[in-house]
Design a protein around this ligand. Structure first.
Ligand SMILES: Cc1cc2nc3c(=O)[nH]c(=O)nc-3n(C[C@H](O)[C@H](O)[C@H](O)COP(=O)(O)OP(=O)(O)OC[C@H]3O[C@@H](n4cnc5c(N)ncnc54)[C@H](O)[C@@H]3O)c2cc1C
Length: 379
């Protein structure tokens, strides 16, 4: 063990939106924070890149101005069925479009400016003994802290080491993302269904259109490659055919990820506070995984500050209150997300749902509200 390294107040494993929000929040309140992130910035990530406005008060509080970075204001939602029937509605709260390439890098810079230490490295193991965590990295030794936040995303080797239940089962979902150039209204986020999945479309800061779809391996494996899958499956929805055929790709190759699991996880494991996707992943069709990541980071950060300020606020209280607040904030929207995903996974149910929504248009904003939170409150 590297005995010369200081003991940090907080080590954050993973520098995505959850990890970086916590890093900025805690560093500005003078805690000694180390973020360990395995990749360098900037970097593209598989993500729809539409963020609900619910996070704006918190981002302002953290000192991150997404509109200065060029984020697009989005206030209209379009939804189409597998056969291309289209519905549109105004988004109750609205959102904005910004690439992860831009946002994560800006937040990482701001975390450093706020006083956080950022280390590029892979965390291999986290152990807890005598009220202290030891975080072992692949090449940079071991770091210690009183508190560890797990913000390493959907799935990692670390989940095996922590013997988390969800990691034992294979997940059938995979996702593909690309950026293209072409015509698309910048105030719109669209969700176009196809047999076996759905594809989101919205603009980001540099006018590129993000096209990101999720499907299951069963639907995908019948086809030779991504292009053939798109032509044979996605293009059956003419909105998708138009989006892919009438635009020019910006990426040489689309990005892909697999093993996307929506199984339940726990917000605390071995005393580690899990934030963002490490605590739970909502179906991307709800379009608010990123706001959940930031909201969970805010909840964890406020409680960690209390832990350091108030001697009576023990570790046990910290863990109990985090679990309680996490459950109150996210349990119900995760459930609604699962229900909606089930409907849209079944072509007949999805057509029927679209028909129903055409008759009762006010239901759509109501459903959107069920999967989103209110504007985040800041002190
Ligand atoms: C297909 C798809 C589309 C989506 N579209 C949207 C959308 O439009 N809107 C929305 O709000 N949400 C969307 N989401 C969800 C959103 O992407 C996530 O909820 C969000 O990225 C979670 O942020 P995070 O910080 O928890 O995790 P991440 O952003 O994944 O960050 C985790 C970080 O941890 C690092 N890491 C992992 N393992 C280690 C390790 N061992 N050591 C060090 N670092 C490590 C990774 O490199 C990564 O940078 C989508 C998800 C998918 C799959």
């Amino acid at each position: 063990m590297n005995t010369t390294t200081p003991i940090f107040d907080v080590i954050i494993v993973g520098g995505g939106l959850a990890g970086l929000s916590s890093a900025i929040h805690l560093s500005t309140k003078a805690l000694h924070v180390l973020v360990i992130e395995k990749n360098s910035y900037p970097r593209h990530k598989v993500c729809g890149e539409y963020i609900s406005n619910e996070v704006l008060p918190y981002l302002n509080y953290l000192g991150v101005d997404v509109f200065q970075l060029g984020a697009k204001h989005i206030n209209e939602f379009q939804l189409s069925s597998t056969t291309g029937k289209l519905l549109s509605t105004r988004l109750p709260l609205g959102g904005f479009g910004i690439s992860r390439y831009c946002l994560d890098a800006a937040m990482a810079n701001h975390a450093i400016e706020s006083g956080a230490n950022l280390l590029e490295g892979v965390v291999e193991n986290i152990t807890y003994e005598n009220d202290l965590f030891s975080v072992k990295t692949k090449d940079q030794g071991v770091f210690q802290a009183k508190i560890v936040i797990g913000a390493y995303g959907k799935r990692a080797q670390l989940d095996r080491q922590l013997q988390r239940k969800f990691i034992a089962s294979k997940s059938p979902y995979l996702a593909v993302k690309t950026h293209v150039e072409g015509d698309f209204s910048e105030n719109v986020v669209a969700l176009h269904n196809f047999r076996g999945g759905y594809c989101g479309a919205s603009k980001v800061e540099n006018d590129h259109i993000n096209l990101c779809y999720i499907t299951n391996f069963r639907a995908f494996k019948k086809h030779k490659n991504i292009q053939e899958f798109q032509e044979h499956v996605l293009y059956k929805n003419h909105h998708l055919e138009t989006l892919f055929n009438n635009t020019n790709p910006v990426f040489e190759q689309p990005l892909t990820i697999s093993q996307i699991s929506f199984e339940a996880k726990k917000p605390i494991e071995n005393h580690i506070l899990m934030c963002g996707d490490t605590a739970a992943l909502i179906h991307p069709l709800c379009g608010n995984g990123m706001s959940m990541a930031m909201r969970s980071a805010q909840i964890a950060s406020e409680l960690i500050l209390k832990y350091y300020r108030d001697k009576d606020f023990t570790r046990n209280k910290l863990e109990t209150q985090y679990t309680k607040a996490w459950t109150a904030n996210f349990k119900s929207r995760l459930k609604t997300g699962q229900l909606i995903a089930r409907v849209f996974n079944a072509p007949k149910a999805s057509e029927a749902a679209l028909k129903g929504l055409k008759w009762f248009p006010s239901l759509l904003p109501y459903i959107i509200k069920q999967t989103h939170g209110e504007l985040m409150q800041v002190p």
